[in-house]
Design a protein around this ligand. Structure first.
Ligand SMILES: Cc1cc2nc3c(=O)[nH]c(=O)nc-3n(C[C@H](O)[C@H](O)[C@H](O)COP(=O)(O)OP(=O)(O)OC[C@H]3O[C@@H](n4cnc5c(N)ncnc54)[C@H](O)[C@@H]3O)c2cc1C
Length: 286
């Protein structure tokens, strides 16, 4: 049976799941948590609710609806998406999944960390994509800024290529499952510095760490990170999609806040439905 995997279990991802599963496609939703709706106290501008509804209640209803229709909901963190022989392999903390098409729906893009030098040196030693840029750091010293599973995944990509890889957790205790050969420094980072390109990271203690590259991988990977790695177009951190929800990468679709525009439930639900319809068409032809 053709399959679609959706990354994100907010209104965009769940709406996509409802449309995909009702068309007879094997549908899996991977989601880390309740996303933006979990932080929303009251919603009173969504169609059909005469009374105010809370974000968590609306989310629970969407989850129950998708499950009742037959979608598989898996609570896990996605750390990477790669091309497979046919379709995609999605790496998660609960193992790997394969799918003929993927819909990205991880919510609002992440902000760039407010560390001086990061924005200024983007593309000149500051990178957001180890798979894309590791090659440029063959035999060089690099740092990964981050503290979770996503940062470790970026470090694993860099370790076989770079001369040294240091995980900079910025004051957070390092995770337990460190890959072999990875150095760790838990001190908070004050700045990324260099003249034309990255030359060092400076800690709040004033100590420098000489590096040629800095890979940003805070928190959880978002749709933008996955899209960038697969070669889709981005406008800043927003994924560029056509009216049909398709990215420039065959079989890869995006929906909801991660595509920008109106950051509202109504738009996320509409986007999810559209991306699912396009994904259905794609997997039936594939
Ligand atoms: C405080 C607040 C109040 C709001 N009030 C309103 C309102 O009144 N009306 C309204 O219409 N809208 C409101 N919104 C906006 C609305 O909540 C969002 O527009 C909507 O939830 C976007 O849906 P989404 O599915 O794109 O993303 P989200 O709802 O953010 O869902 C993102 C999903 O992706 C998952 N995810 C992210 N990264 C990963 C990963 N690496 N692996 C696995 N899963 C991942 C998350 O766990 C989550 O399930 C509000 C938002 C906030 C924050």
């Amino acid at each position: 049976m053709p399959s679609v995997l959706i990354i994100g279990g907010g209104p965009a991802g769940l709406s996509a799941a409802i449309y995909a599963v009702r068309s007879g496609i094997q549908t899996t939703v991977t989601y880390k948590d309740g996303g933006a709706l979990d932080k929303t106290d009251k919603i009173e501008n969504y169609f059909g609710f005469t009374d105010v509804i809370s974000g968590p209640e609306l989310l629970a209803r969407g989850q129950a609806q998708a499950k009742r229709l037959g979608a598989q909901l898996v609570q896990t963190e996605v750390t990477g998406v790669e091309y497979a022989e046919k379709g995609f392999t999605v790496k998660t903390t609960a193992g790997e999944f394969t799918a003929d098409a993927v819909i990205l729906a991880t919510g609002a893009p992440r902000a760039t960390p407010p560390i001086p030098g990061v924005r200024e040196l983007e593309g000149r030693g500051v990178s957001y994509c180890a798979v894309c840029d590791a090659f440029f750091y063959r035999g060089k010293a690099v740092a990964v800024l981050g503290e979770g599973e996503y940062a470790l995944e970026e470090a694993r990509t860099l370790l076989p290529v770079a001369a040294s890889v240091t995980l900079l957790t910025g004051g957070t205790p390092a995770p337990g499952n460190l890959p072999e050969g990875l150095h760790v420094d838990e001190r908070p980072v004050a700045a990324v510095e260099g003249e034309d390109k990255v030359a060092r990271v400076t800690f709040h203690t004033g100590d420098p760490l000489a590096v040629d590259g800095v890979f940003i991988a805070y928190g959880t990977a978002g749709s933008g990170d996955f899209a960038r790695k697969l070669g889709a177009q981005l406008d800043g951190n927003k994924i560029q999609v056509g009216e049909d929800g398709a990215t420039a990468v065959p079989g890869l679709f995006a929906a909801g806040d991660c595509t920008g525009g109106l950051l509202q439930v109504a738009k996320a639900v509409s986007d999810g439905a559209q991306a699912a319809m396009s994904a259905i068409k794609f997997v039936r032809k594939a």
